[in-house]
Design a binder for this molecule. Sequence first.
Ligand SMILES: Cc1ncc(COP(=O)(O)O)c(C=O)c1O
Length: 456
Amino acid sequence: MTYATPKSGAHFRQAVRRMPLGVSSNFRYWGDDKTVYVKRGRGARLWDLDDNAYIDYRLGYGPVILGHCHPEVDAAARRGQEVGTVYALGTEGELRVADLIHQMMPGAELVRFSNSGTEAVMAALRLARAVTGKDNYVTFEGSYHGLFDAAMWRIDLENQKPGEEPKLVTYGDGVPGLVQQLFWQVPYNDANRLEDVLRRHGDRIAAVMIEPILGNCCGIPSTPEFLRAARELCTKYGVLMIVDEVKTGFRVAKGGAQELYGVQADIFTIAKAMGNGYPIAAVCGTESIMRRFGRGVAHGGTYTAQAMSLGAAEATLTILRDSNALADIATYGRAMQTGMSRILEERNIPHSFAGHPSMGGLFLREDAPTNYRDWKQSDYQFYDTLAANLIGRGVMCEPDSREPWFISAAHDQACLKETLATFAEAVDITLNPAAEKPRLWAATQADMGENATAAE
Ligand SMILES: Cc1ncc(COP(=O)(O)O)c(C=O)c1O
């Protein structure tokens, strides 16, 4: 039985009259008759307007590390509200959260708060440019650093001609082509290509900006050798290393991917898991670099270090620091992958998993991917249909095969059992040639500015 969503559908038809695509982010539009609206969430589950229940593996793209509406976090956020909203002045909570961040990620010698991952990454890049006196930067294929012009570029694998390198294109319209003159995008896990760019252009490059695990591309991890090499190359060529831990921070380990890999950034960004869904982010780094804020480098914002989010972050980080939550999350992720693997093996479906078990990507090819180009070789069309079949039966994974499955501390054995039973059922339906092949409007399509069908 698949879910019916008449109330979500009716809401969509009203919402689209007032809001583009009927939503507040392109990624939330899944089609005129398939866009889902949430009534509420608790723990690892959410309910849509039609009271269909889902086990949530999207978790708002990762933040909800302790589960939806976590009582301690919400109570702390309410205590933050008692302080008030914004004063254009500091509050005491900032220092408490900055100290917690430093305890868990010692590379955060100093901390500056932002509201979102995008804002934090923008600030990190500006800081790197100011410190080095250089303008250019390097990113990696398959990475995502937020919706701002400098980062809204990707290689176009869909239209790559045989024998040719893929072209760089923007995520949708409105991004000035001029920006392309400022950066190089290098294949992930390829230290030779990185060194080639740094050797030739290092005198113009302020920063290498890297996601240690590609949180928007199947969870592909950097190899330890590659991340270490990137660190050494940055030092060798006088370039700052910005590690974007917006998704990995406080998720893959208490000290983030930098602890996992034993690699220290000059500047790094954190966001999502630190607030369990409340909007808060930060730029962190070594003291000598971070002291440039306010000494020639502008940074601020009306809502930075808002007291409610600070309260939530203090509670979330304290729980993550003092409990085994992250280890339990990883254990759940591994058990889920083992169970899925068994189901896929029984049906002779080649597959692999990429990334950390707390944010792993299901990849329909035998060998796990090591870079974005590998994704193209997988059976992502099968994934698209499988994802739609899962969502329609109560397993809320991301419809786009490039997004990992996120686990929270609230996912328990009942969730696991239900997920695996639904997974087996959804795989069988996807395999059935006579069955309908549903497909949800994939986030990346909207993301890339392709035309949606929603009535204006
Ligand atoms: C690695 C990374 N950096 C930056 C961002 C942007 O964060 P936000 O959506 O909070 O602006 C994201 C969002 O998914 C991300 O995964």
